[in-house]
Design a protein around this ligand. Sequence first.
Ligand SMILES: [Zn+2]
Length: 319
Amino acid sequence: MHVHHLNCGSMRELGAVTLGDRELEPRPAVNHCLLVETDDGLVLVDTGFGMNDVRLGEATLGRSFVEMVAPRLDPEETAVRQVERLGFTRADVRHIVLTHLDVDHAGGLADFPRARVHVHEEELRAATGSNPLPPGTERYRSAHWAHGPAWVGYPASRAAGGETWFGFDAVRPLDGLPPDILLVPLGGHTRGHSGVAVRDSGGGREKWLLHAGDAYYFHGEMDPDEPVGHPELDAVQDSAEVDHALRLGNQARLRELVRLHGDEVSVFSAHDPWDLDRLSATTAPTAATAISTSTAAPAATEAGAGAGAGAGAGATADR
Ligand SMILES: [Zn+2]
């Protein structure tokens, strides 16, 4: 399966940070999504911000969220526009898999109204059920599913079965999708927060990707020996958690995954712009990409279409 790494929504700039002997430059936070080409159409992993968010801003995203993260809300960064730039149509996206239903992950759902939406059932209950979060909590926005998505929920309890994947249990293959895409429960940030594992076989390589969503925020946290957080991101993840012990436990499990299987699995989180840069650089163009961009600066457009904030601007300029 060929995998594209997309930034579906830039946000407030993150300050420079020192990691070992490296100095990371300031970069806007991203919404790292995956677009997976399968034999049965496209699968989108997380959706970032959608066209309704671009048009309506605070009305769909909530005022406190907009003030906190300062989303750029550029229509060219939406998943649907990027799908089209890659030479596909929105109807080609048959499935969406969500790490969770927070405002910055579910914003693009309405741009793909016919897709089946796969999510942990506990997350679905927390976001859409009859037991709402305390007043003033804006993490879930019902406007994002007002169109009535075709939800497919999955249980996370060990008692309900599931598979084992690199030491993680209660892992689920997804209905109607190949066994190369799996839902990996990683609770703590939200009730039913999950990672999404995707086996990437594009460009002649074969490696698992684990989209860890908001299970952690900064790649320095995954150093198995000396984990380092990003001060601004640490403040956000501490305030957003629903289960502290579960979140930290899952971070420890992810570090063990990196330690023991880092050569077989690339782990990344949703908002780290430096991770997106690293992984975008490994994306090879597909035939569809080459066809759709053959009339306009193919090299620059191909790199930009699959890449993040910086290179994505190049792709936009070509259109
Ligand atoms: Zn998030």
